[in-house]
Design a binder for this molecule. Structure first.
Ligand code: ATP
Ligand code: DNN
Ligand code: MG
Length: 235
């Protein structure tokens, strides 16, 4: 069992927040406490007081049973909030800032030390989104050494995207918790066939297929992600 987890993806809009929220809810359902952090957010919303809110941060606070409108909690769990909806290194540059790999790694380690519960950190976009002009989120995951859960889709093209991302994570020495195949709206190849193919290449990797929740907001058919990927304190 691991009480820390990074959730990364093969790209943006792939379902990282959706899966992170589902894991947080499942952990709480098991009586575990959980902190879900979005260390860096771009594409944030500015309110009337000029405060920048991370849309992902709101979803994650809610999934952890906290008030999504609690500004103090938001600031604590969404360290870097950037306005422009683009790569963080570009959004930071437009805000006159430079992100720091060391600071973000230390920030996550600090959260881990503040709680004896679980801590889940959602990355930004895909595995190698730039953090600065010389570092990417892959460097952050390699420095942090928290098990990484890769979220991918089941669209045409996902096989290469997924195998490339896994190769990058393994090559950087990032421990892998597993792979979530988050079913895509367009799925020309049956998800099970995609899963089977990926298993040929990664027979040891825990995998789960997550269905699309159509409109109801219910996570119907959501697999037990906590069990599948060994997340939590397991007490
Ligand atoms: N299995 C699913 N069923 C229904 N809706 C889903 C599912 N997975 C993701 N979504 C929806 O798709 C959209 C994109 O998902 P999400 O925000 O989790 O992506 P992301 O990878 O976190 O994106 P970003 O890179 O911006 O952080 C969201 O509106 C989310 O609610
Ligand atoms: C704004 C968006 N929702 C994400 N937060 C940022 C995604 C950056 C992707 C960069 C890239 O890989 O081209
Ligand atoms: Mg997200």
């Amino acid at each position: 069992m691991n009480r820390t987890l990074v959730v990364t993806g093969t790209g943006t809009e792939i379902g990282k927040t959706y899966i992170t929220a589902a894991v947080a809810r499942q952990l709480r359902g098991r009586g575990e406490t959980v902190l879900a952090t979005k260390p860096v957010s771009s594409g944030c919303d500015e309110d009337a007081q000029g405060r920048l809110w991370s849309p992902d941060g709101r979803v994650l606070l809610d999934a952890c049973g906290q008030d999504p409108d609690d500004w103090a909690a938001h600031q604590r769990l969404c360290l870097e909030r950037l306005r422009e909806p683009m790569s963080p290194h570009m959004a930071a540059d437009r805000a006159g800032r430079i992100l720091s790999l060391q600071m973000l790694t230390g920030y996550c380690q600090g959260l881990e030390g503040e709680t004896d519960g679980c801590v889940i950190a959602e990355g930004v976009g895909g595995v190698m989104v730039p953090l600065t002009d010389s570092t990417t989120f892959l460097d952050w995951m390699a420095a942090l050494q928290w098990p990484a859960l890769l979220v991918t889709g089941t669209y045409l093209g996902t096989l290469s995207h997924t195998l490339t991302a896994l190769q990058s994570l393994k090559g950087a020495g990032v421990p892998l918790a597993g792979l979530v195949l988050n079913r895509s709206p367009e799925e020309p190849v049956p998800a099970e066939e995609t899963r089977r193919t990926l298993r040929f290449f990664h027979p040891e990797l825990p995998m789960a297929v997550v269905p699309r929740a159509e409109g109801t907001g219910e996570e119907a058919g959501m697999p037990d992600l906590v069990e599948t990927f060994g997340i939590g304190r397991g007490e």
